[in-house]
Write a protein that binds this ligand. Structure first.
Ligand SMILES: Nc1ncnc2c1ncn2[C@@H]1O[C@H](COP(=O)(O)OP(=O)(O)OP(=O)(O)O)[C@@H](O)[C@H]1O
Ligand SMILES: [Mg+2]
Length: 381
């Protein structure tokens, strides 16, 4: 998949951006606070995913601006499509999404159209942060491979909130604990399925991670990822998913009911899953150096891209925000080998920090404008 054209206006500090990226590497350089990350984010929101930086959508609007629009043309092996996201100050809760001229009220239809993987400095949280970061990582990766996962997760979350609400009601004496069983059955069915899907994803992505980390570290370190289900042991995943798995999950839930009725939340199940990330047998979260943590997070994201490519034989677009400048030449070259056949957008303060192989098309960010180097700067006309 490649982006052939992007135009952005009124998104954060960006105005009048109109660029034709190369199908290979695109390097966006410029001083701090010029709009490099904003430019990546303006493309990213067209993937249908939220929270590139965890900020609210109304913050997309330029301060003092009336409206924003991000539009791009994407091409895959089958067709070319134009997608856009716009919003106005007068009704910031209404996002207007268009796919080939057809309007939609929500971002969900975008999910199937434009596939991308981003890596930002905050992504080291996947390794260093709390378990929910790693759950989000596996759910996002698995959803990209199998869109039915999105619905599964939404249903699981909905059932979990219902269960938790009921727990609180029972604690207040407003409901009877016999009502829990209905929700436990539903939670078990969805949670068990979710666990099996997560297990499959982490097994596949974990193998790729080990391979990639080996390459990046020059073979000197060994990275291992493993899915730690709150319900199932590794052996349970050897059987195919079925009623037996649901029963195990249900038992785990009923065993913890008493505790749950004291805390008012669900203490067992897929909401407590983890991925263990180990470098040479030691927890990366607890013992990893800054560089190891950053490389591990990068590898986990790149593994997402490779898993997607293997499954769909259509590479996603890669956004690398502020990473290349921090990697030495050898590490940059290893990363380059992994993503050389994909369309890539790299941001760096200074383009000289990037190895020559990556310098496909060079852009400069300046005061909210992005322009191709060698073309005339809008400020200097
Ligand atoms: N809603 C908004 N309206 C106007 N300006 C905004 C808005 N949100 C963010 N900005 C500004 O956009 C500017 C550019 O931000 P961006 O993060 O893209 O910079 P950058 O080029 O990636 O810089 P760095 O090299 O430091 O990462 C910042 O000065 C920020 O204050
Ligand atoms: Mg930035």
């Amino acid at each position: 998949m490649i982006i052939t054209h992007v135009s952005v206006d009124g998104f954060r500090n960006l105005s009048g951006v109109s660029v034709n990226p190369s199908a290979g590497f695109n390097v966006i350089s410029g001083k701090n606070a010029q709009g490099k990350t904003n430019f990546l984010e303006a493309m990213w929101i067209l993937s249908g995913c939220r929270s590139f930086r965890g900020s609210k959508e109304r913050d997309y609007l330029k301060i003092g601006g009336e409206s924003m629009r991000s539009e791009m043309t994407v091409k895959d092996s089958r067709r070319e499509q134009t997608i856009s996201y716009s919003m106005s100050r007068s009704s910031p809760d209404v996002r207007s999404i268009e796919i080939n001229g057809v309007g939609y009220g929500g971002t969900r239809p975008l999910f199937g159209v434009f596939k991308c993987i981003s890596f930002t400095p905050e992504d080291k949280e996947i390794v260093k942060g709390p378990p929910e970061k790693r759950r989000a990582f596996m759910d996002m990766g698995a959803s990209q491979l199998d869109p039915s996962m999105v619905m599964m997760i939404n249903r699981f979350n909905a059932v979990m909130s219902q269960r938790n609400a009921l727990l609180k009601k029972i604690m207040r004496g407003q409901a009877d604990s016999s009502q829990l069983d209905v929700w436990d059955r539903q939670t078990a069915r969805l949670g068990a399925k979710l666990s099996f899907m997560r297990h499959a994803y982490v097994s596949a992505a974990g193998n790729i991670c080990s391979e990639l980390y080996g390459a990046i570290s020059g073979g000197s370190e060994n990275l291992e990822l493993s899915y730690r289900s709150n319900v199932f042991s590794e052996g349970d995943f050897e059987n195919a998913f079925g009623p037996q798995a649901c029963e195990l999950y249900y038992k785990k839930l009923t065993d913890s009911r008493e505790r749950d009725l004291i805390s008012g939340t669900t203490s067992a199940g897929a909401g407590r899953d983890e991925i263990l990330v180990k470098i040479d047998g030691m927890s990366a979260r607890e013992y990893g150096s800054q560089g190891q943590i950053k490389s591990t997070a990068l590898v986990m994201k790149l593994a997402q891209a490779q898993a997607f490519m293997r499954k769909c034989s259509e590479p996603p677009v890669i956004f690398l925000d502020d990473v290349m400048g921090e990697l030495d030449g050898d590490r940059q070259r290893s990363v380059f080998e992994i993503i050389r056949d994909m369309q890539v957008f790299v941001t760096v303060p200074n383009a000289d920090a990037v190895i020559p192989e990556m310098k496909g098309r060079l852009f400069t960010a300046e005061g909210g404008r992005i322009y191709e180097q060698n073309s005339v700067s809008p400020h200097r006309e």
